[in-house]
Design a protein around this ligand. Structure first.
Ligand code: G1P
Length: 292
């Protein structure tokens, strides 16, 4: 049943207002965790799960993303001339070599559903993944690989979820598993889904994380969604329509997730990545303990 998911969609046209002034000139996805932009972590995750084409839904006001994934011949020559060959591997990673990067302009930030719909013709007839690079996952296998493993069992659209405490549940899409039971791989069929409910109205404590695998039937569902009060077409509302026509699964992933859309999450991620890095782990512990 195993089917590769060859295309990965990255909706990256948002304004990143929570990180102003940093995001005045730099897209939030280009903020770095140590020395690598957030977006590159997610691109690596997609590639290691089998993606061959990365489709960025971006804004013409954010040219640095395209620049980051393009050749840099002048810089490369200067590094070569000064014998810094190790650094050439960093600006031209081997794993990105045979990947196609496609850029689609989203003229206005009209929501995640709208962004995904813009990729319809680029996606063709195969299932595809969606990665929100704000969410950084540190796990082996990766979060995307885990939902791909679940998807491969029944070829039904599958989304990554995790348990969230009550005071934070209003920040996420929340699933209702109804009476459906988790299977042995911690995957459950979704009965309903709600975007950012108040804690009192949340149907469960299981929230949507930023990784999805969709069959192409999602596109027709997005077309049925009306914009919400803030003018956005939510993917959560399209998933509601999808549930009416076919089964949709949610997989509780294993591993750590960092919400780098928030300053706390971003700081937490930076420390976590440093702690896992053999060069930094002792140094970062010392830096923190010395300050206590
Ligand atoms: C989006 C989705 C939400 C999901 C979240 C995961 O929200 O709309 O359902 O839980 O990503 O990060 P956003 O963070 O873009 O507001």
């Amino acid at each position: 049943m195993r089917k590769p998911i060859r295309r990965a969609i990255f909706p990256v046209a948002g304004l990143g207002t929570r990180f102003l002034p940093a995001t005045k000139a730099i897209p939030k996805e280009m903020l770095t965790i140590i020395d690598k932009p957030l977006i590159e972590y997610a691109v690596e995750e997609a590639i290691s799960a089998g993606a061959e084409e990365i489709i960025f839904i971006t804004s013409h006001t954010k040219p640095s993303i395209e620049k980051h994934f393009s050749e840099a011949p002048e810089l490369e020559k200067r590094l070569k001339d000064s014998g810094k060959l190790e650094l050439i591997k960093k600006i031209k990673p081997e794993k990105l070599r045979n990947i196609t990067f496609t850029y689609i302009n989203q003229p206005e930030p009209k929501g995640l559903g709208h962004a995904i719909l813009l990729a319809e013709s680029a996606v063709g007839s195969d299932a595809f993944s969606v990665l929100l690079p704000d969410d950084l996952f540190l796990s082996t296998p990766s979060c995307l690989q885990q939902i791909l493993d679940s998807y491969s069992r029944n070829l039904q659209s599958t989304i990554a979820v995790n348990k969230i405490d009550k005071e934070n549940i209003h920040k996420y899409g929340v699933i209702d598993p109804g009476n459906n039971k988790l299977d042995e791989s911690n995957t459950v069929k979704i009965s309903n889904i709600v975007e950012k409910p108040n804690a009192e109205d949340a149907p469960s404590d299981i929230a949507v994380a930023g990784r999805y695998i969709f069959n192409t039937s999602i596109f027709e569902c997005i077309k049925k969604v009306e914009a919400d009060s803030s003018g956005e077409i939510q993917i959560t509302d399209a998933i509601k329509f999808l549930i009416e026509i076919e089964d949709v699964q949610a997989k509780i992933f294993e591993g750590d997730k960092y919400d780098c859309g928030s300053k706390e999450g971003y700081l937490d991620a930076t420390i976590a990545v440093a702690m896992k890095d053999p060069y930094f782990s002792d140094k970062i512990k010392k830096i923190i303990t010395d300050k206590l």
